[in-house]
Design a protein around this ligand. Structure first.
Ligand SMILES: [Zn+2]
Ligand SMILES: [Zn+2]
Length: 612
């Protein structure tokens, strides 16, 4: 069974990859001067990065390109593999006027890799990174088209399944903003028409849930070019949601013995030299040089600051476990080409962060408590479709630092914590952080793509590196272990994820504007004041305590139809419609979703408290 699935997925991969070549063949026929970037397989399909000079492709061009692709498929052109010496290949790129391929080949020749953080090395057929000497590279040809490529491909173009071009988007060469901008042409491909149709239907539904669209429509956030890419600005509604998420987490964490702290968002480079970030993480951090020529980094994570507080707070085992929590805005230098709405940003990344410092004996118990908190929180948010991934190092490939025995022990403790907790988990070798094993919480986004929403990690290295200690019951010096955990991940990212999950219909307690009073005309003014007074007295206690009702009144001189339309567009969960008849009978017309009913004003407060 496994073997057949593997075969299927290999075939699908070869099919999609072959389609990338077929698409490139078709584009080259129409635009002979096209310069090619990379053209990898992605989930459900493929793309190719194209430099077409002055020409800008639009969806209107898809039909023509698709038609040409179908003709190539019909011809059954054979995919032929050949090899060249690296210098020959460099000549090939020069002769064929392919500057991007030339750049990649030169990188390969010089460094044995096309550099980290892009997909180019995979595309070029390099097994493993950092190989010092590349002598030969492989090419594939079909009909008039030849491409530098590792393969594998199908035997000929007639064997591909069904496909459709779906999207054209700008993409910087190798994801860097100062590089030329290319056009990325996307397609999807499946073995059967039914699978393709199902996928396109899901895509259509997912489009309506895209958090960037919803963020605009519901006035949650905006992105301004002058402020910069990947630096979203939260509008009042977005700020309210973020504050509520933060308050909710703080309440349940404080109930579990976490202490909140506040640390600066920058720190002197000394701190990051001690923590190792300056050595291993420098290109992901923003740097500041002050006027006294001192170098500072903008915090990409809270850990090193918290470790300094540990030194201040812990002397002996009596002080453990210590649970430090913080919600400060962090910044990371993500490549500009990867930035997306609230999901992938440069900042602020308001981590729902905590560090739990424990003795070895406390590790399992505290890890189970973390798992319990994950469950408690996800139950509240109605997140059901998730599973745990125990990420361990690949011992065979030595992809870990430090003492192997300590790694194995920590891995075993987490595994037994997951088992005792009754978690549904998978194990993934080679997915651990460089400093320790971890548990990732995996889910699927609206496109069905697997994604980590949160993580809980054991740190085996930093206590030694930063000299963290405590004195045990026999007066001996020991090193603590650290659990890093972020239940909601970053508050902004969670907001993006959750907008998509709920299609913008946030649960009642979290909706930025929970209720809106809509008047039919001005004659009801005194009655509206009574209703406002009732609503002002409503305080919700679940799941967030002391959550005062957030409501507004729409008294504009507009038709009721228009007022309702505006309120529904903002997905306000509770509408209170008030006209002269309601005033006369002491009632309110209440709309929640499709449901409409009359409620007596004396019963309004209790009614609101029942809403979910
Ligand atoms: Zn290829
Ligand atoms: Zn941390």
């Amino acid at each position: 069974m496994m073997a057949r699935n593997q075969q299927n997925s290999d075939k699908l991969h070869a099919m999609r990859h072959s389609l990338a070549h077929i698409m490139a063949t078709a584009v080259q026929k129409k635009f002979p001067n096209v310069k090619f970037g990379v053209g990898p397989v992605i989930e459900n399909g493929f793309y190719y990065d194209l430099d077409l000079g002055e020409v800008t492709l639009s969806e209107a061009d898809f039909k023509v390109i698709e038609k040409e692709m179908k003709s190539i498929i019909k011809q059954g052109q054979e995919f032929k593999k050949s090899e060249m010496d690296i210098d020959q290949a460099i000549n090939w790129a020069k002769e064929n006027n392919q500057p991007y391929k030339l750049e990649l080949l030169n990188d390969l020749k010089r460094a044995g890799t096309t550099a980290a953080k892009d997909i180019a090395s995979e595309e070029l057929g390099i097994e493993g990174e950092g190989q010092s000497k590349i002598e030969k590279v492989s090419f594939y040809s079909n009909g008039p088209f030849t491409d530098l490529c590792r393969g594998p491909h199908l035997d000929n173009t007639s064997q591909v399944g069904v496909f459709k071009l779906t999207k054209i988007a700008g993409a910087y060469w190798r994801g860097k903003e100062d590089n030329p901008q290319m056009q990325r042409l996307y397609g999807v491909a499946f073995q059967t028409q039914q699978e393709l149709d199902d996928y396109l239907k899901m895509l259509e539904e997912a489009k309506a849930r895209d958090h960037r669209l919803l963020g605009e429509q519901l006035k949650v956030f905006t992105i301004n070019e002058d402020v910069g890419k990947g630096l979203p600005l939260l509008l009042p509604r977005g700020s309210t949601v973020k504050t509520l998420l933060g308050r909710y987490m703080r309440q349940i964490e404080e109930a579990e013995g976490y202490s909140y702290v506040d640390t600066p968002v920058i720190a002197h480079e000394k701190l990051y030299q001690k923590s190792g970030h300056a050595q291993f993480y420098a290109e992901d951090m923003f740097t500041i040089i002050d006027s006294e020529d001192q170098k500072f980094y903008v915090s990409p994570m809270n850990c090193p600051h918290h470790h300094k507080l540990y030194e201040k707070l812990v002397i002996s085992y009596n002080d453990l476990p210590l649970k430090l929590a913080e919600q400060s805005g962090l910044y990371r230098h993500e490549l500009s080409g990867t930035l997306t709405g609230l999901i992938r940003v440069r900042g602020p990344i308001t981590q729902n962060d905590a560090h739990i410092y424990v003795t070895a004996e406390q590790l399992k118990t505290e890890f189970i408590k973390v798992l319990e908190m994950f469950k408690q929180v996800y139950d509240v948010f109605g997140i059901e479709d998730y599973w745990y991934r125990l990420s361990l190092p690949d011992f065979a490939k030595d992809k870990f630092e430090g003492d192997k025995q300590a790694w194995q022990e920590a891995g075993n403790i987490i595994r037994s914590a997951l088992e005792d907790f009754g978690a549904d988990f998978v194990e993934a070798e080679g997915e651990a952080a460089f400093y320790g094993p971890k548990v990732d919480i995996q889910t699927r986004n609206v496109l069905g793509k697997e994604d980590s929403i949160a993580t809980s990690q054991i740190d085996l290295l930093i206590p030694a590196r930063m000299g963290l200690k405590y004195v045990d019951s026999e007066n001996k010096e020991q090193q603590p272990l650290i659990i890093h955990r972020a239940i909601l991940g970053s508050l902004e990212r969670f907001m993006g994820f959750y907008l998509e999950k709920t299609a913008g219909w946030l649960p009642f307690w979290l909706a930025p504007e929970q209720a809106r009073i809509l008047t039919i005309n001005d004659s009801v003014k005194p009655y509206v004041e009574q209703i406002q007074e009732v609503l002002s007295g409503v305080v919700l206690e679940k799941p967030l305590r002391h959550n005062e009702l957030r409501f507004t009144t729409d008294e504009r001189n507009q038709s009721l139809g228009k007022k309702i339309k505006d309120a529904v567009a903002l997905k306000i969960p509770l509408l209170l419609i008030v006209g002269p008849k309601d005033q006369a009978s002491g009632q309110v017309s209440v709309r929640t979703g499709d449901d409409e009913q009359k409620i007596k004003i004396e019963e309004l407060s209790d009614f609101v408290k029942t809403l979910k």
